[in-house]
Ligand binder design. Structure first.
Ligand code: AMP
Ligand code: MG
Length: 364
């Protein structure tokens, strides 16, 4: 398939932060061209095709969420297991009613505080949402992304857009334009090139379909952030706290079945072997040095990931990009230092780091 690639970065100059309104005071020809490119991509979605687009979390691979044939193409392009449901993206919070019959004061509070932004909420689905979009579940995951390209695209397509991360299944999520082109060129109808993803890890997934609000996937919006808004305890899916392998890694089966089906698969894996070194920070540093020296003597190319202490947002922003850079450089072994604090955003980054390493952990 021939993929049309559109560089639409000009749009960011005209974007008022946290709003879908474009500042058209200074529009120019380039800007008009950019809007036309997004129109073309929206037409692809309307016609049942696939469009890769930027969001603030990671790049997404989108199709009309209400068109079963179109969302089936997402699973094919990614090689994604059919029981791993898609997140459905909307451009206006008020469109949530197209997807779910439920709207409580709690949901409205969450939307007011966190949308557009990296919070996905899981609610009972309406009949019109095809089973294939939700991996056969009776619930649907919904989010409004905070990126003007994404919002323009969804708005112009006039339908909710189902979009998982735009990587081949199992690979690190793409957060930079070169990474998304490398994975998706030839597999989709169009790619919209935007800016590097500000957040860098996927959205927090919050299940609101049961009695207790439960985090199914951690992200930069933490349980504490959510509790502060809804004044209620938020649970963490117990599957997130265990440290064994995923179903298609060789570490063995998991004990708790995660409620977010996607969380059970081997994820985010770089081509290189990867080990997470965990423990006291000084010991972690010296163990990384020791292992690096040892492996380099054996002729291996070693890459090190060691974030500044407490720089959790920076770690989120950089993590996937670093894995892909190391793959591009032909690194054989990645040694990653575990973050020193593993709650809040640190918990979200560690969730990705441990999965990328296939739960290969060395304690020091
Ligand atoms: P991705 O699209 O790659 O960002 O992954 C989406 C994540 O959201 C996966 O972990 C899914 O399993 C999860 N998810 C999507 N829809 C639902 C749902 N209806 N119930 C529970 N988890 C969901
Ligand atoms: Mg993904």
């Amino acid at each position: 398939m021939k993929t049309k690639v559109f560089d639409v970065r000009d749009i960011y100059k005209h974007y008022i932060d946290k709003s879908t309104v474009l500042d058209d005071a200074e529009t120019d020809e380039k800007f008009e061209e950019t809007l036309k490119d997004i129109d073309q991509a929206a037409q692809v979605i309307i016609d049942g095709g696939l469009v890769v687009f930027p969001t603030e979390t990671v790049y997404g691979l989108g199709a009309n969420a209400l068109n079963a044939e179109a969302t089936a193409k997402i699973f094919a392009a990614k090689g994604r297991p059919a029981d791993n449901p898609l997140i459905v993206h909307i451009a206006r919070a008020s469109n949530i009613g197209e997807l779910t019959p439920v709207l409580t004061p709690e949901i409205i509070q969450l939307i007011d505080n966190f949308w557009p932004g990296p919070l996905t909420i899981v609610l009972p689905k309406k009949e019109n949402v095809p089973d294939i979009t939700t991996g056969g579940l009776k619930t649907v995951a919904i989010r409004m992304p905070d990126d003007p390209v994404a919002l323009e695209l969804i708005n112009k397509a006039g339908c909710p857009v189902a979009a998982p991360s735009a990587n081949i299944s199992g690979r690190p999520s793409p957060t930079r334009r070169q990474h998304v082109v490398a994975d998706m060129d030839g597999k989709v109808d169009a790619i919209l090139i935007g800016r590097d993803c500000r957040v860098g890890i996927e959205s927090t997934v919050l299940d609101l379909s049961g009695e207790i609000p439960t985090i199914l996937r951690p992200g930069i919006i933490t349980a504490e952030n959510i509790e502060a808004v809804i004044n209620k305890k938020v649970a963490i899916d117990p599957a997130l706290n265990q440290r064994k392998g995923c179903s298609n890694s060789d570490e063995g089966e998991i004990d708790f079945i995660p409620k977010a089906p996607g969380m059970k698969y081997r994820h985010y894996a770089p081509k290189a072997d990867m080990t997470v070194i965990e423990g006291n920070r000084d010991k972690v540093k010296s163990e990384i040095e020791r292992l690096k020296g040892l492996n380099e003597k054996l002729g291996l190319k070693v890459g090190v990931i060691l974030f500044e202490e407490k720089a959790f947002n920076e770690a989120a922003h950089e993590f996937f990009a670093k894995l892909r850079e190391m793959d591009d450089e032909g690194v054989d072994l990645i040694l990653a230092g575990a973050l020193s604090e593993q709650d809040g955003v640190g918990f979200a980054v560690m969730n990705r780091m441990l999965k990328s390493a296939g739960y290969n952990i060395a304690k020091v």
